[in-house]
Write a protein that binds this ligand. Structure first.
Ligand code: HAM
Length: 427
């Protein structure tokens, strides 16, 4: 787990805000499920996955119930759907923190953030295209160019079951050639052997049965329409018949985004797919679902690797330099902030030269200087630090109008007081 400090925190916030704006522009509302869920919510979605069996932080609560810190957000969103039954289709986005007790390394953390979307109640393959395209556009819009999209279909419930059995029988017939780890995976979750990374296992995986032969006509048609739609809207993708995801709930369309500028072991920057049986598993009516989650920490590593989406510079309108006694700095910063102009100052005084250094480092557009002369005359000196403009002295009460043309953005008015009457004071 790691701390996020400025300016990385600002970069993270900007990334999430950008995602939020894109999701909102496609008709998604924000959902904020709790960080903790009943352990059962996760057990029901992935009893044979590492995420649930090995990596979950769970504990017994004060009332004896078993609780888990969420390792992902989809299960909580679907639990929330089952509980509140919002009107369908339900299109939501989220941003939040997850916990997995993984072997920590660069790009793989025990606490990490995701942004994502989920849609409930739509069977249409064109929705799969909308969802996948949203993620692909997001990567593109933050400047990432080396992101590869892999797609596959795992078939519907019955196709998947038949395919899993075929894969199990196949790997059993070559068990002796598999590593000990892959043999363990075979016992728990045969499909996951397809994801084995060791070269010796890979050789066995290469000859494994392919899902295409096990897809029903309807599943194949759904998958065909998804690929056709991705082509039509210009989302480049590669079919990856061995793509199996790390969670159990997937049916039909599945996909993953790999940042090729990162190390292969941690280059998945996002993934998702359909989970048509999940609402039912969590006690709701049969409801189709699809979504994705993107790993914020990894996306930022990929941005570093490609040299895009830098941390935003500090943004400040005014730095007040007071070399008298701090009274002007105290009063002016308050006044400016009240007028919607961002302002900062230094505490503890200091010479003009050293305070100006701090002002330069602050990234402020303008320095407002108050020395003995200015204080005596009821004036201030306005010195542009960026862009054009001459230094000039103005009466203190003309400061706001002198500043306005020098600021980078128009002042944001302070929030207006709420006008809704207090119910206790109205009659
Ligand atoms: P996931 O593939 O487990 O899917 O995680 C999605 C993304 O979260 C990964 O591609 C990766 O970028 C990031 N991630 C996962 N684990 C870590 C970690 N330990 N450290 C850093 N980043 C990590 C899900 O979570 C599904 N809920 C996605 C989904 C939504 N499927 C349908 N809807």
């Amino acid at each position: 787990m790691h701390d996020v400090l400025p300016p990385d925190s600002a970069r993270r916030r900007e990334l999430v805000q950008h995602f939020a704006a894109m999701a909102a522009a496609a008709g998604y509302g924000e959902v904020v499920p709790p960080l903790l869920e009943d352990l059962g919510v996760f057990l029901r979605v992935g009893e044979s996955t590492d995420v649930v069996t090995k990596e979950m932080y769970d504990f017994v609560d004060k009332d004896g119930s078993r609780i888990a810190l969420r390792p992902e957000i989809t299960a909580g969103v679907v639990r929330s759907f089952v509980q509140h039954r919002p009107a369908l289709p339900w299109k939501v986005w989220y941003a939040g923190t997850n916990f997995r007790h993984e072997r920590a390394q660069k790009g793989r953390y025990r606490m990490f953030d995701q942004v994502g979307v989920e849609v409930l109640g739509v069977d249409d393959p064109d929705l799969d295209v909308e969802v996948i395209a949203l993620a692909a556009r997001f990567f593109e819009s933050i400047g990432l160019r080396q992101v590869e999209l892999l797609v596959n279909s795992l078939g519907d419930h019955d196709d998947r079951a038949r395919y899993t059995e075929a894969v199990r029988v196949y790997f059993e017939s070559r068990r002796g050639e598999l590593s000990e780890a892959a043999q363990g995976t075979l016992d728990r979750n045969p499909l996951r052997v397809l994801d084995a990374k060791r070269p010796s296992d890979q050789q066995v995986v290469q000859d494994a049965p392919r899902i295409a032969e096990y897809l029903s006509e309807a599943s194949a048609a759904h998958y065909g329409r998804v690929r056709e739609g991705l082509d039509a809207v210009g989302v480049a993708h590669t079919e990856s018949p061995l793509l199996v995801r790390g969670l159990d709930y997937y049916r039909r369309t599945t996909f993953e985004f790999a940042a090729t500028a990162l190390d292969a072991a941690q280059n998945a920057v996002g993934g998702g797919g359909r989970y048509d049986g999940l609402a039912e598993d969590l006690g709701g009516p049969p409801t189709d679902g699809i979504g994705f989650a993107l790993g914020v920490d990894r996306i930022l590593l990929a941005c570093d690797a490609e040299g895009v989406f830098p941390a935003p510079g500090p943004e400040l309108d005014v730095f007040v330099v007071d070399v008298v006694d701090g009274t002007a700095a105290r009063d002016l910063t308050h006044e400016l902030r009240g007028a919607g102009i961002s302002a900062d100052r230094r505490f503890g005084g200091g010479s003009m030269k050293s305070q100006m250094k701090t002002a330069d480092r602050s990234g402020a557009a303008v320095a407002v200087l108050v020395g003995e002369d200015e204080a005596a005359a009821g004036e201030v000196t306005v010195r542009p630090l960026q862009g054009q403009g001459e230094q000039r002295r103005v009466p203190r009460d003309a400061l706001l109008s002198a500043l306005r043309p020098l600021l980078l953005a128009p002042p944001t008015p302070a929030p207006a007081p709420r006008t809704t009457p207090n119910p206790r004071t109205t009659t």
